[in-house]
Write a new protein. Structure first.
Length: 642
């Protein structure tokens, strides 16, 4: 087995695509990791802002979580309808583009791209943050660990959707099972303890209140808690990844993901209030995550605690996989409409849109490096893109149902309308509450991305307009080209180039750039090896052009000469033949000058429609001994002499 097959999996034929489709059990870890793992950092992000309220802050988290859960239910019903209406993938970009216009589609596309990159970066950094809270000695290695996890995720996802689903099943279901057990046991003990259960391991004592409750603080807490809703759209983007029946399987997957997320969010909020668990300062020496406190309070710090914490670390770190699953599909959908480079349309060896994965890895790695892999620095940038995409998608669905009237269209329009209104209001709250903390960066990046996509579209439109054929092939003025061929010294490479030139045209100009004042020797070489034999065979002799170069430049004089020939021969094509040596191994290129490549690049940059560049490669023979070549050359000379 080749190393590439071992690392990345064997190449898959297009006919094998059906086998790569997944079911509900694999769909939950692939498309639900981001949403489910947000239960580990969403409540903590909200509780961190409530630290100044002391014990009062713990009591506020329950109604705030209830508001988030209500919003989650609204979004669930909206996206369930979106999946049914767009069985080929109804992400915000597609829905907004088709129903609200290209401008709204680009707004959704930019928001989603930012959201997916932040999903990957926040997931990885949150997982590493949880690891560091358990093993503080690793704090100095935060960024290298983040980048290592990013590399591992890339390797897993390059192997394909099915392999990624298999790899993430165990940690996902272990995480879900552990937290469900904690919530169930905690609820039983809370009921038995009349709402005040005794913790097995007492959580850190909550500090005294230093602030009073204010509307502004509640809005900020709600905005931070809404990070738990990111990733909800993932299933609607990836409907086509599911096996038949695709719509039902996608809807089931979405239902399970949302139901589990609601249970986790509501259960964590209730138990935090019951056990008096609040967030600790992430920058203090005694930092302990909310889930760590909760599991220890309910179950103690035995084997179950460490298994649960381990599953949380894994799921947080692997939650970036949702972005790996959806970002390539999103960039493909955008590229279909010419707003992103067409390279995003290409599928790799494992039937993936590999260039989308490469772009995500580069952007995520850059973000991790820029922010040092610290979650708290990334969270303020989060959720803006997700809620903007939610709002545009639901508004687009309202228009969709209006255009496609049916027996249930009015009810569905109301559901999507309520969703659009609720997420729109939430978007404004999150934007205002988090603007100063960093949301302004996202608000600035979105128009920048839209500008880039519009410029890409303009380029493709210009290329299409210039290259579009207006009729059948033009057959007038079919003249032989003027052939220009650089000549350095007499060799088999030069001979091959000249032989090909003789088949193209009768007007050939062999150009030698004289850097060492060896014009006489070049003329003698030309007469002996080219001009003489051609005259003897009664064939046209190419013109030898000598260009002097006192400063030893070679490429520029050649380019200037080609441009001069083109300018002096209006209506004629100029074919520049570039003989070059092709070595067996890439590193052998270091032993040869790269003038041929530089010349081709210069001609492509400075040329025009009437200048053509043709490679004349001479391939080094793989298994031919030098002595054999010399003997063959001697025999050829003897044959000529006789």
């Amino acid at each position: 087995m080749a190393i590439s097959d071992f690392l990345f999996g064997r190449p898959l034929a297009t006919s094998e695509e059906r086998a790569e489709h997944i079911g509900v059990s694999a769909g939950i870890p692939i498309f639900g990791l981001d949403a489910l793992s947000s239960a580990a950092y969403g409540p903590e992000a909200a509780l961190t802002l409530l630290i100044p309220l002391g014990l009062a802050g713990v009591h506020i988290i329950l109604p705030i979580s209830a508001a988030i859960v209500a919003l989650l239910v609204i979004v669930y019903f909206s996206y369930r309808q979106t999946i049914e209406a767009y069985p080929h993938g109804g992400g915000s970009y597609t829905v907004a583009s088709e129903n609200l216009g290209a401008g709204a589609g680009l707004l959704a596309a930019a928001a989603l791209m930012i959201d997916y990159v932040l999903t990957a970066a926040v997931g990885i950094s949150a997982g590493v943050g949880a690891l560091i809270s358990a093993v503080p000695s690793l704090h100095a290695h935060t960024l290298p660990i983040c980048l290592g996890i990013l590399a591992l995720l890339t390797l897993i996802n390059i192997r394909g959707v099915r392999d990624a689903g298999a790899a993430f099943k165990l940690p996902t279901y272990l995480f879900i099972g552990s937290l469900l057990i904690v919530i169930a046991v905690g609820l039983v003990r809370a009921i038995m303890g009349a709402g005040h259960p005794a913790p097995v391991v007492a959580p850190p004592r909550l500090p005294a209140a230093t602030e009073a409750i204010s509307l502004w603080l509640i809005l900020k807490v709600f905005a931070s808690g809404c990070t738990a809703m990111t990733g909800v759209e993932a299933v609607s983007n990836g409907v086509m990844a599911f096996r038949d029946p695709t719509v039902k399987n996608a809807q089931k997957t979405l239902t399970y993901i949302i139901a589990l997320l609601i249970i986790l969010l509501a259960g964590i909020a209730f138990l935090c209030r019951a056990y008096g668990i609040g967030a600790t300062d992430p920058n203090s020496p005694g930092y302990e995550s909310v889930l760590s406190q909760l599991i220890a309070a309910v179950m103690g710090k035995g084997v179950f605690y460490f298994v649960s914490i381990g599953s949380i670390l894994l799921v947080l770190a692997l939650s970036a996989n949702t972005a790996f699953a959806d970002f390539p599909r999103l960039t493909r959908a955008i590229a279909i409409n010419d707003y992103l480079p067409h390279v995003f349309l290409l599928r790799g060896r494992r039937l993936l849109y590999s260039y989308g994965i490469y772009a995500l890895v580069f952007l995520t790695g850059s973000l991790l490096v820029l922010f040092g892999g610290v979650t708290d620095r990334l969270i303020p940038l989060y959720a803006i893109g997700a809620f903007l995409a939610f709002t545009l998608s639901q508004a687009g669905m309202v228009v969709h149902w209006k255009k496609n009237q049916g027996p249930k269209s009015r009810g569905r329009m109301i559901v999507n309308g309520v969703g659009a209104f609720a997420t729109g209001i939430t978007l404004l709250v999150v934007l205002v509450a988090k603007f100063v903390e960093g949301a302004w960066v996202t608000a600035l990046l979105i128009p920048v991305l839209i500008g880039i996509m519009l410029s890409v579209r303009r380029h493709y439109r210009r290329v299409h307009d210039e290259t579009r054929a207006s009729g059948p092939i033009e057959l007038t003025d079919l003249l032989e080209p003027i052939v220009v061929i650089p000549v350095d010294r007499w060799s088999r490479i030069t001979e091959k180039g000249l032989r090909f030139a003789l088949t193209l045209s009768k007007e050939i100009r062999a150009v030698h750039v004289d850097c060492e004042e060896d014009a006489e020797s070049v003329c003698n070489m030309w007469e002996a090896n080219v001009a003489g034999p051609l005259r003897a065979a009664k064939l046209a002799v190419p013109e030898l052009v000598l260009l002097t170069s006192p400063y030893r430049f070679v490429v520029q004089p050649l380019v200037d000469y080609v441009l001069k020939v083109e300018a002096e021969n209006d209506g004629r094509h100029v074919a520049v033949l570039v003989p070059e040596l092709v070595v067996r191994h890439w590193y052998q290129n270091l032993l040869h000058n790269q003038r041929a490549n530089v010349l081709k690049l210069a001609l492509l940059v400075h040329g025009n429609q009437r200048i053509m560049v043709i490679n004349i490669p001479w391939y080094m023979e793989h298994n031919t001994d030098v002595k054999v070549l010399q003997k063959a050359a001697e025999e050829k000379e003897k044959a000529k002499a006789s």
